[in-house]
Write a protein that binds this ligand. Structure first.
Ligand SMILES: Cc1cc2nc3c(=O)[nH]c(=O)nc-3n(C[C@H](O)[C@H](O)[C@H](O)COP(=O)(O)OP(=O)(O)OC[C@H]3O[C@@H](n4cnc5c(N)ncnc54)[C@H](O)[C@@H]3O)c2cc1C
Length: 266
């Protein structure tokens, strides 16, 4: 079984800084970590391989520093890592990102299973998994919390939905996005870290991927961020005193004011 895991580098802080002109995330020179949800995808890939045998490959589209995170994945037990990195990829929206990732993964075909995190904690769209599956023409399941059965041609998984679960049988190859309930990720082992030092991360640029430049980066992104801003918060605390009737009347008046008509509501 050949399993590919998509991992994304995200800022290690919640103080994400945006470029004032392009409104894109500034990543150069900032400390990054593996997107937390992707550590569960890495763990699941390793667990499947431990049961069924085969090969696990981590892939990322990112800046050169992402190589450290791919090494970390290998330290945990991933066999091979590929970094798609090129200035032409900068400013990619989700469509351009999934297109670029699809080219990297096509080169690895036949692949049995692709695992992604539920979402990236910086971009937060949860679009890459489904878009990538579409680009590759394979089925996908989002929000997976358990893989119950794994066969050569299909798998059965449990998917979280509002107020319950779905059990789905999916034909392979397929893509799953996973939630953190799926497992408890292991830390890199000393043996794994030493082993990862002996394995080179494979680098590919736009030319290696034979990518259509019109579909890459900022210029290949139909989504344009027009403006980014932190919403203004206007909140205050009011202490309400009196007996129960007085308190109720005051609450009614406050609600009336908030609704904008300045008079109490019947
Ligand atoms: C106009 C525009 C410009 C942008 N410019 C930039 C920019 O300059 N630099 C920048 O970094 N971001 C930029 N972004 C954000 C970028 O599009 C998203 O971060 C990226 O497409 C992934 O989307 P997401 O973060 O919402 O991931 P999600 O869809 O929430 O991620 C889901 C899962 O997909 C996988 N995944 C996501 N991204 C990658 C990746 N790169 N490699 C491997 N696997 C991945 C992971 O498994 C992840 O858990 C831009 C967005 C827009 C709309």
């Amino acid at each position: 079984m050949k399993i590919v895991v998509c991992i994304k580098q995200v800022p290690s802080t919640n103080k994400v800084q945006l470029h004032p002109e392009t409104n894109t995330i500034i990543r150069d020179g900032r400390k990054s970590v593996t997107n937390p949800f992707d550590t569960y995808a890495i763990e699941e890939a390793i667990r499947i391989k431990e049961k069924t045998g085969g090969k696990t490959i981590a892939i990322s589209m990112g800046i050169p520093e992402t190589e450290k995170l791919l090494k970390d994945a290998m330290g945990r037990g991933i066999d091979q890592a590929i970094l798609l990195s090129d200035k032409a990829f900068a400013g990619s929206d989700t469509l351009a990102t999934s297109y670029t990732l699809s080219l990297g993964i096509r080169e690895l075909m036949p692949v049995d299973l692709i695992l992604c995190g539920k979402m990236a904690v910086d971009g937060d769209t949860a679009q890459i998994g489904p878009e990538l599956a579409e680009q590759l023409g394979i089925p996908h399941v989002t929000d997976v919390i358990e893989i119950l059965e794994m066969k050569q041609s299909y798998l059965i998984c449990k998917r979280e939905i509002d107020n319950g679960y779905q059990l789905l049988k999916v034909k392979l190859p397929a893509l799953l996005t996973v939630l953190k309930d799926i497992n408890m990720p292991r830390m890199p082992s000393i043996e794994g870290v030493l082993q990862s030092e002996t394995i080179e991360v494979i680098r590919k640029d736009a030319r290696d991927l034979e990518a259509k430049t019109s579909k890459l980066g900022l210029s290949g992104s139909p989504t344009q961020v027009v403006k980014t801003f932190v919403p203004e918060r206007d909140s205050k605390a009011i202490e309400i005193s009196g007996n129960i009737e007085e308190k109720a009347a005051k609450v009614k008046n406050i609600i009336g004011e908030v609704l904008g008509n300045g008079r109490s509501q019947d």
